[in-house]
Design a protein around this ligand. Structure first.
Ligand code: NAD
Length: 297
């Protein structure tokens, strides 16, 4: 049994922490939202109001936070985890953040003889609950090997992506592709309908032809062909347009930092920005089809 300090018990973090608890680990949680912490303590976890004290006896710290700025505030600075951690403590940041911040935090941690990985996830809240997340992991191989014991409990697919920041790089490149492919799929279904082609018929053809992709076969943006897709549930997320926009913006920051040309990524970002400007950022990202159909007011 290991001592785990878990920071950020939101939609993703709470079920991840619960899975560690179920596996017999001792989990101490911290979140600004006390009701989230209470769910963990009611299930047998512990809470803390003094992270720097708690980590003195911890084997690992896991963070699942909203942004790079918050990750920096938790790890860096005089009161941050890195400055107060005992030597060799294992740090796992599973938040989706920019590559640069992940590398900055990692550098500080390694300078203090701590083990650290960036380990963002794919698989959403359902995957977090089921313990089937995909983890894309960047960092030193030794740190990866230490983290794997915990990641194996929370995930089904743990992939080493190389040095620090590479987990985040994999995550934002994947999600840029996902945003682009969802818009493309939605455009195709919308055009098919406007041409008088039934959605199911188009699905039957395209899902076995060269247009096939995950956005079509697992997450189809029209109701009917894939019964589990959010389109069948009035576009309730799933994966919200707000989270897609967050990841697309990270991809565009990274593209600009590396002078990479990503015209479709840029276009996808503006399309999801339009959804946000219309106040519909909480719909599932497959709801982009409603934007194309002029149904988002
Ligand atoms: P969330 O907003 O539900 O949870 C974040 C939690 O962090 C909240 O409970 C908040 O109170 C807490 N928090 C914020 N600042 C804090 C601080 N300084 N100290 C302690 N707690 C703090 O978000 P989420 O959906 O759980 O997502 C978490 C991360 O996972 C994000 O980086 C997101 O991009 C990524 N992610 C989310 C999904 C998804 O489907 N929700 C999928 C993949 C990746």
């Amino acid at each position: 049994m290991a001592e785990v300090t878990f920071i950020g018990l939101g939609n993703m973090g709470l079920p991840m922490a619960m899975n560690l608890l179920k596996e017999g680990h001792s989990v101490t949680g911290f979140d600004l939202a006390e009701d989230q912490v209470k769910i963990l303590t009611d299930a047998g976890g512990k809470s803390t109001n003094n992270i720097n004290k708690t980590i003195q006896t911890a084997d690992s710290v896991i963070t699942m936070l909203p942004s790079g700025k918050i990750v920096k505030s938790v790890y860096l600075g005089d009161d941050g985890i890195i400055n107060n951690a005992p030597e060799n403590l294992l740090l796992i940041d599973s938040s989706t953040i920019d590559v640069e911040t992940a590398r900055d935090v990692s550098k500080e941690a390694v300078n203090k003889n701590l083990k650290i990985v960036d380990a963002p996830v794919s698989g959403g809240v359902g995957g977090a609950q089921a313990g089937t997340l995909t983890f894309m992991v960047g960092g030193d191989k030794g740190a990866f090997n230490s983290a794997k014991e915990f990641l194996d409990i929370m995930g089904g697919n743990i992939i080493y992506a190389g040095l620090s920041g590479n987990g985040q790089a994999a995550k934002i490149c994947n999600n840029m592709l996902l945003g682009i492919s969802m818009i493309g799929t939605a455009e195709a279904f919308n055009l098919a309908e406007n041409l008088g082609l039934d959605a199911q018929t188009f699905f039957d053809i395209s899902s076995t032809a060269s247009g096939q992709c995950w956005s079509m076969t697992s997450y189809c943006p029209v109701p009917g062909p894939v019964p589990s897709s959010p389109a069948n549930n009035d576009y309730q997320p799933g994966f919200s347009s707000a989270l897609m926009l967050k990841d697309l913006r990270l991809s565009q920051e990274a593209a600009s930092m590396t002078t990479s040309s990503t015209p479709l990524g840029a276009n996808a970002t503006s399309i999801y920005e339009e959804i946000e400007n219309l106040g519909h950022e909480n719909i599932d990202f497959s709801g982009v089809i409603k934007l194309l159909q002029n149904k988002l007011k």
